[in-house]
Design a protein around this ligand. Structure first.
Ligand code: CP
Length: 315
């Protein structure tokens, strides 16, 4: 795949639906080089020396916020974290004014997480720094989608032609929306299953997305299974009877795992509700790459910073 003419320099990273296969390939290849830096004894290169990055998180996060912070620091950037509970946001400062304030300090990139769908896209229109969407409501979580692809490719050696089953609460899942578009773009066969109440209508009209009512049909002979978190905090009530019932019908347990290929790779964006959408036996089995996803998250975020802020590669 040609990549000479592809550049992400200055591009706001808002949603993978907008990404071409060449752009995704550029990120994955760059992340491969970045991963070598994480394995060095001294994890520090000067690629982003003199650049400053702010992470602006209006929702809780462990993996995404920490890995963006470490990614920036490993590349030599100055990184400052702002969370809604410890900033002037608690005094009622608006998103626009917060963005103006942060931009006025001369930052080069803002990594944003928000409950509001479209918040990152809005930020990209009102301020100059590059905006990286770290999750906006149920809309998109592009760096999570990219780290999933990276993890799959590390294990399988390729992406095109692989069967992936995405299981669970798609309705509230920005991860599913990022994964399914990027996986389709990269030539994967995308199957989805979950309770009907948690499968948005648009899925049935998406070309290249196959929707199943039963998890068993989706995971049969799958190369990859992505289990989604049940997002109780976003549910307005009554979308499935009980978590026990959910586990019985849609949970990924060892019995169901046998329906997939022997070397099926199991992914979950975290945090996991173990015993609900995924059994602990599956989560910690040899098929699981859930912890690897976390490490790969740092490499992919290093790649994104390098590509959007310099267009090039780390030393
Ligand atoms: N996968 C993910 O977004 O996790 P956090 O909410 O911990 O960042």
């Amino acid at each position: 795949m040609e990549k000479q003419n592809v550049s992400l320099r200055g591009k706001d990273i808002l949603a993978l639906k907008d990404f071409s296969a060449e752009e995704i390939r550029l990120v994955l290849d760059t992340a491969k080089e970045m991963k070598q830096i994480i394995h060095r004894d001294i994890k520090k290169v000067p690629t982003l020396r003199g650049k400053s990055i702010v992470t602006l998180f209006y929702e809780p996060s462990t993996r995404t916020r920490t890995s963006f912070e470490l990614a920036g620091k490993y590349l030599g950037a100055d990184v400052v974290n702002i969370t809604s509970g410890t900033s002037s946001i608690v005094k009622g400062e608006s998103l626009r004014d917060t963005l103006y304030t942060v931009s006025a300090m001369g930052v080069d990139a803002i990594v944003m997480r928000s409950k509001a769908e479209g918040a990152a896209e809005y930020a990209s229109r009102v301020v100059d720094p590059v905006i990286i969407n770290a999750g906006d409501g149920a809309h998109a979580h592009p760096s999570q989608g990219l780290l999933n692809l990276f993890t799959i490719e590390e294990h399988k050696g390729h992406l095109a032609g692989l069967k992936v089953a995405i299981i669970g609460d798609v309705l509230h899942s920005r991860v599913a929306r990022s994964d399914m578009y990027a996986m389709r773009t990269m030539g994967m066969e995308v199957h989805i299953a979950g309770p009907k109440t948690l499968l948005p209508r648009f899925l049935y009209e998406e070309p290249g997305i196959i929707v199943h009512e039963r998890i068993e049909d989706a995971i049969k002979d799958a190369d990859v299974i992505e289990v989604l978190r049940i997002q109780l905090e976003r549910m307005k009530g009554g979308l499935f009877p009980t978590t026990r019932e959910y586990a019985r019908i849609f949970g990924l347990n060892p019995e169901r795992l046998k329906l997939a290929k022997d070397d099926v790779l199991v992914l979950h964006p975290g945090p996991m509700n173990k015993g609900w959408e995924i059994s602990p036996f599956v989560a910690y089995s040899d098929n699981s790459a859930i912890q690897e996803e976390v490490q790969n998250g740092v490499a992919v975020r290093m790649a994104l910073f390098t590509l959007v802020l310099t267009g090039g590669k780390a030393e």
